[in-house]
Design a protein around this ligand. Structure first.
Ligand SMILES: [Zn+2]
Length: 95
């Protein structure tokens, strides 16, 4: 099952905004769990919220803006806190 998701980002460093399209494949792992695979332009890629950096200034202070998919199914607050933590750790080069 493949669906398309658009993720929107904003750089907190230079305020550059951009968006990326991902094809999202969801399937079962055969053990009752779900497997989500992301690809971009037909190539497997990492999760849309991982390894974020600004294409304009190269900064890692990137915020995910709610759009499309995110609007329809907002990430739970806890997930945001998790992401915040990851970004914070990344900025400290600890993650
Ligand atoms: Zn930037």
């Amino acid at each position: 099952m493949i669906s398309n998701e658009t993720w929107k980002y904003e750089c907190l460093g230079c305020l550059h905004e951009w968006q990326e399209e991902f094809e999202v494949g969801r399937s079962s792992d055969g053990h009752g769990g779900a497997v989500v695979l992301y690809s971009r332009l037909g190539q497997r890629c990492i999760s849309p919220w991982a390894e974020l950096f600004c294409p304009s200034c190269g900064g890692y202070d990137v915020k995910i803006l709610p759009t499309g998919w995110a609007e329809a199914r907002p990430l739970p607050r806890q997930r945001y806190a998790e992401l915040e933590m990851i970004f914070r750790l990344r900025r400290l080069h600890a993650y």
